[in-house]
Each structure stands twice: as structure tokens, then as C-alpha cells.
Design a binder for this molecule. Structure first.
Ligand code: N1C
Length: 266
């Protein structure tokens, strides 16, 4: 009987020991994996011959959220990151979007004539990633982080808001926005495009905003949509507005055939 208790005791000791070892290991793996993904993507960022200080950018990035309650990371936490890795103006090439993420990125991946926030260094590194910190910890976590709607000041949401503001601040010339004609409100008043980007477009730096409203067999609206009237009203006076309904098949043709000039894509 006593021997039986010994076995139970030994078993418990093994379990406790493995928890003591495994928990810090899994935490280390969370930071290690995320950091190496970050650095690898940074180093592989296409284009630019100039080397980026990827470690410096990582440090500026993680200080925004590490050790903080993941529901208390305001947009300004990323100010330092944006000073470390600022956006360069891409006059006449800036492409905003809302609810057209896959199509617009497929397009800019194949065509250099337009640039989205995800085609810039920071956007490229962090697109599709999730991260957060915890109070009293130096780690970066990728699991159990608050979702987009759980709390407003979460690290991912605040990041995209900060990046979108910086991206819109340097927009110049003729800018484009790909919006979705298969939903009833292509210009949604709660979107980042509406709440942050449009508000920061200023004349005379920005000459025009040209909406590409994507359509397909499921299209439910057109350029007369009421939300697009709101968009026109929101625009800084002096910025010209245009809207064009463009079938997705036409955009896809441009994606697969680089000989079609960009100006003929819509
Ligand atoms: O809220 P949205 O679209 O209008 O935001 C899109 C708008 C774009 O013009 C981008 O410049 O805001 C910028 N932006 C991103 O660059 C971005 N990359 C990834 C905003 N959100 C971004 N994400 C993720 O897409 C983000 O985590 C959130 O979940 C969506 C927002 O997409 P939306 O509602 O279609």
C-alpha cells in the first residue's frame, strides 16, 4: 500500500517538473518563433537594395506592447516604430482598400503600379500575423491574444490603425481605393479606410481619389451607392473624386497578363 503511494508521489513529481520546464519553454518558443518570422520577413523584404536595421525595427516594434495588458495598447504605442521605419511617399501609386483584401493584394503582388500598406516593409512583415504581450512578462505571445473586437486597444488593431494613418499621411497625387461592390455598404463608416485614411487625405498633396468598385455576378451595388456619396462628402475640398465599376474578371486579366498597361486595368 505504502509502495503504491510512493508511485503516485513520484508520478506527481514528474508531472510538476515537466510543467515547470515546459511552460517557460513554450513561452520562449512563442517569442522566438515570432521574432524569427519578423526578422526573416524583414530581411527578405523585396525591392530596396538598402539594408534595413531589422533588429532595431524589431526592438522598436516589441516595445509597443511587451509587458502590457493586451487590451491597453493605444495607437500611439507604435509612434516610435513609425519614426524608426517611416513610410516613403509613393505619389500616384497609393492604393487603399476596404473589404477587398485578397483581390487587391493579388493585384499589387503582380503589378508595381500600385502600392498598398502591406507592400511596405512594416505592412509586409506583419500582414496576417497576431501578437500580444502580458503584464509582467517580456515575451511576445501569438495565442490567446484579444481578437479584433474583444477590446479596442489591442496590439494588432492599434498597429493597423497607426500604420494606416502613416500610410495615408504620405499619400500624394492621384490615389486609388479598391472597394467591394458585392456588399451593400462598400464605404463602411466603421472601417479603417473611413475612420482613419480618408480623413487624412489633404489637398493639394492629394489631387484625386479614384474608387475602383469591384463587381462580379454577385454585385449588389454600383457607383450610385449611398455610402459612396458619404465618401465624397468626407473628402477634403480640392480633392477630385471619381468612381468606376470594374468587373473582377477584368482585374484578374491584368493580374495574369503583365503586358496590359495599368491604365487599362480599369
Ligand atoms: O477596415 P478596412 O478594411 O477599411 O481597412 C483597410 C484599410 C486599407 O486601405 C489599409 O491601408 O486600412 C489599412 N489596413 C491594412 O493595411 C491592413 N492590413 C491587414 C487595415 N487593416 C489591415 N489588415 C487587416 O484587415 C486588419 O487586421 C483587419 O482585420 C482587416 C481590415 O480590413 P477591412 O475591414 O476589409
Amino acid at each position: 500500500m505504502r509502495r503504491g503511494w510512493c508511485w503516485v508521489g513520484a508520478g506527481l513529481a514528474v508531472v510538476t517538473l515537466s510543467i515547470i520546464i515546459a511552460v517557460p519553454l513554450s513561452l520562449m518558443r512563442a517569442t522566438g518563433d515570432f521574432k524569427s518570422t519578423f526578422i526573416t520577413k524583414c530581411e527578405r523584404f523585396p525591392g530596396k537594395s538598402a539594408r534595413h536595421d531589422c533588429l532595431g525595427i524589431w526592438q522598436a516594434f516589441e516595445q509597443a506592447y511587451v509587458g502590457k495588458d493586451p487590451c491597453q495598447v493605444p495607437v500611439e504605442s507604435y509612434d516610435h516604430l513609425l519614426t524608426t521605419s517611416p513610410f516613403e511617399p509613393a505619389c500616384n501609386r497609393t492604393m487603399f482598400w476596404s473589404k477587398t483584401k485578397d483581390l487587391v493584394h493579388e493585384f499589387t503582388m503582380h503589378r508595381d503600379c500600385f502600392l498598398t500598406a502591406e507592400d511596405t516593409l512594416l505592412g509586409f512583415i506583419l500582414d496576417e500575423l497576431t501578437w500580444c504581450g502580458k503584464e509582467g512578462s517580456k515575451e511576445t505571445f501569438t495565442a490567446d491574444c484579444p481578437g479584433w473586437t474583444t477590446c479596442v486597444h489591442n496590439p494588432v488593431r492599434s498597429f493597423w490603425k497607426r500604420v494606416s494613418a502613416a500610410f495615408a499621411d504620405v499619400a500624394c497625387g492621384d490615389v486609388t481605393s479598391m472597394l467591394n461592390g458585392s456588399i451593400t455598404t462598400p464605404f463602411s463608416s466603421t472601417s479603417i479606410f473611413a475612420t482613419i485614411e480618408v480623413k487624412r487625405l489633404k489637398s493639394p498633396n492629394v489631387k484625386s481619389l479614384n474608387v475602383v468598385l469591384t463587381t462580379n455576378a454577385n454585385a449588389v451595388t454600383n457607383c450610385d451607392n449611398a455610402s459612396l456619396k458619404d465618401l465624397q462628402r468626407e473628402l477634403d475640398r480640392g480633392i477630385n473624386y471619381s468612381c468606376k465599376e470594374v468587373n473582377e474578371t477584368k482585374i484578374k486579366r491584368c493580374i495574369s497578363d503583365p503586358s496590359i498597361p495599368c491604365r487599362a486595368c480599369w
